[in-house]
Structures are given as C-alpha cells and as structure tokens.
Design a protein around this ligand. Structure first.
Ligand code: NAP
Length: 243
C-alpha cells in the first residue's frame, strides 16, 4: 500500500521540493499551503503532467483548528498518515529588545507550535498502526544561535528538543522522529541577501556553495527509507556549521 505524507508549507521553497521528490517515489503527497495558493496550484499541475496526482490543502498550521481539519481530511480520504514533514516556517530579523509579544506568538506559533499540534493530530493514527516517520525542518540557528534572530533560533532549538524527546517516547511504537537542520538554502527566505553577501557566505562554507532545496529533499528521502535513525538532528549545511 502506498505511503501517505503530509508536508506543511509545501507551496514554495524547501517544502515544495520535498513534495516533488517524494511524489516521484510513489508516495501520496498532501501538500499544505497557507497564502501561496497560485504556487500550490502550479505544483499540482506540474506533477499532473507526469501523471502524479497530489492533494493541495490550505491551512494555517499555526492554528489548532486548521491543523486538525487538515489531518482529518487526510485520515478520512486515506485512512492513515505514514509521514509528517513539519516544514512550514517564517524567519524574522530584529533586535532582541524590539521583539514584541506579537512577534513571539507569530514566530513561535508558526515554527514550533505548528509541529507540536500537527504531531499531536497525526500520532494517534501512527501509534495505532505502530509505524510512522516525523521529520522536523529546523535550522543551524537552532544549534548555534543567530544574532538578530533570537525568536527564530528559539523556535528551531525547540523543534530539535521536541525531536529528541519524542523519539524516545515513540521509539517503542516504531515511530521515528528526526530533525533536518539546513544551512543556507536558496529560497525566498533568503531573497534579501545581496550578491556580495551570498559570495561571502559561500567563502565561509567549506563546500564553497549555497544549498538548494533539492539538497534537503534528498536527505528527507533518505530518512524516510531508513529504519534505524531516530532522535537525530542532521545538519545539511555544506560544512558551514560543524559541531
Ligand atoms: P520559504 O521559501 O519562505 O517557504 C516557506 C513555506 O512555509 C511556504 O510554503 C509557506 O506557505 C509556508 N508557511 C509559512 N507559514 C505557514 C503557516 N502558518 N501555515 C502553513 N504554511 C506556512 O522558506 P524555505 O526556505 O522553504 O523554508 C522552509 C523551512 O526550512 C522553514 O521552516 C525554514 O525555517 C527552514 N529553513 C530554511 C533555511 C533557508 O536557508 N532557506 C535554512 C534553515 C531552515 P505560504 O506561502 O503558502 O503561506
């Protein structure tokens, strides 16, 4: 029976590439989006040209009711969820002392609370089936911290903490939980970086290049096929951060 995967934030960037990569591996994709409806429709149409049918579902996964509806749709249609990729995320650059309670809510809810609620919504089914794979897309900044990105760093460190603790709790149910912590990846999230800044970052990276969404999608593909890796934070970063 084919595997069923929910990918949050799959309209653009890394999530979109993960959707494409897994769809070509005969995995049924439920691609979540929030604001980028046109991009989500384009993704669906692009894959249809290769005879691959995916579901695109609008939901703000930082909100419990919308996350719940998304998972209920999938469980009603496919009766199970094998794979959950918690990818939806936003960045924010601000001096720490300028951060507001609203900023905290927006960043932490989008990047961390979303993974908490999405995991809670899919887990009863995974535990029942004694099978599952959850991948949280965190960041190198959760590992080493980024100046002017304290809230982002907190959210990503929180994701990694969740990964480790949940992996211990869910191992006996044969559910693997891992984080992928990307380094700099060429997506809209980094659209503000100038050419000079990108060149400088390349120089600081041992492999001498910026990552692509495909680099992350390949790691996701491998983690799904694996059976003995859990509770790990796998950083795909060209050697930029080595801990
Ligand atoms: P991106 O190109 O800006 O895409 C972000 C995606 O997240 C979009 O599809 C967006 O959907 C979705 N999203 C945001 N808020 C959402 C919400 N409330 N509900 C549902 N979807 C939501 O960013 P990206 O670079 O692909 O980032 C993907 C993940 O990788 C993020 O978690 C990010 O923190 C992480 N990451 C990225 C990098 C990097 O260098 N790019 C490095 C480390 C980690 P809509 O547009 O439809 O709203």
């Amino acid at each position: 029976m084919e595997k069923i995967a929910i990918i949050t934030g799959a309209s653009r960037g890394i999530g979109r590439e993960i959707a494409k990569q897994l769809a070509k591996n005969n995995i049924k994709i439920i691609a979540n989006y929030n604001q980028s409806e046109q991009e989500a429709i384009q993704l669906k149409q692009e894959l249809e040209k290769e005879n691959i049918i995916i579901d695109i579902i609008k939901a703000d996964v930082s909100k419990r009711e919308e996350a719940k509806k998304l998972v209920q749709f999938v469980l009603k249609k496919y009766k199970k969820v094998d794979i959950l990729i918690n990818n939806a995320g936003i960045s924010e650059y601000k001096m720490f002392l300028e951060e507001t309670d609203e900023d905290w809510k927006r960043v932490i809810h989008t990047n961390l609370y979303s993974a908490f609620i999405m995991s809670q919504e899919v887990l009863p089914n995974m535990i029942h089936l004694k099978d599952g794979c959850i991948i949280n897309i965190s960041s190198i900044w959760g590992m080493v911290g980024a100046s002017l990105e304290v809230l982002y760093s907190i959210s990503k460190a929180g994701l990694d903490g969740m990964t480790k603790a949940l992996a211990k709790e869910l191992g006996p149910s044969n559910i693997r939980v891992n984080s992928i912590a990307p380094g700099l990846i060429n997506t809209d999230m980094n659209a503000d970086l100038t050419k000079d800044e990108l060149e400088q970052l390349k120089k600081e990276t041992p492999l001498g290049k910026i990552g692509t969404p495909k680099d992350i999608a390949k790691c996701v593909e491998w983690l799904i096929s694996d059976t003995f890796t859990t509770g790990q934070v796998i950083s795909v970063n060209g050697g930029w951060v080595i801990t």
